[in-house]
Design a protein. Sequence first.
Length: 228
Amino acid sequence: MRKISNILLNCWFPRICSACNRSLSVREEGLCFYCKQYLHKTNHFVRKNNTLYIQLAYRMSLHSVQSLYFFQPKSIEQRAIHELKYKKNMQIGNFFGKEMGKRLLKTPWLRDVDLLVPIPLHRNKELERGYNQSRVLCEGISEETRLPIATVLKKQNAGKGATKGNRMERMNSRKIDFQIDSKIPSNVNHILIVDDVITTGATLESAFQVLRKEFQGKISVVSIAHTF
Ligand SMILES: [Zn+2]
């Protein structure tokens, strides 16, 4: 089944580098070897107490946070993420997901992760795009690790209740974008939230708060890139 989906993926998408459009050799995937060397890699998978973790730790009690890359303007990672989010290029999402999965297996504090949770999109946005890019990343991780994926979170309608209540109530209702969509299995001890890019951390914080109400185990985060 997995092989068939890979074959279909390759049929839908020509095997070209997602950053420079060069044809990929059989040994290359997602990006060509040339572009890969210009990615701004982080040390997050070898250093638990990394800069991103330190910046987010005072806002939420995460077990760990790691991005594959530092997001730089006009970089290879920016072009590749643009392809994933706006050009319907699922192949590059699958590549990043598999990269995450490979790192996960080698990272001691992530070895006990037992559930992958994608950051959801608004339903309309997902219909327009045809897929949720975080889910595509989860599928890539799962290909490497065999971990299950659960759409535990659901994004609430934008502007729901926006005209009701006073200013403070409206601000609070806007802050929490997510709600629980399906129950977290009782045997889960370590959830990995999967996101594409961490910018302000606000999305993550909302997702974390909603999950934390239902789940007292470890919560970690992985993303392709972060901007701060
Ligand atoms: Zn390239």
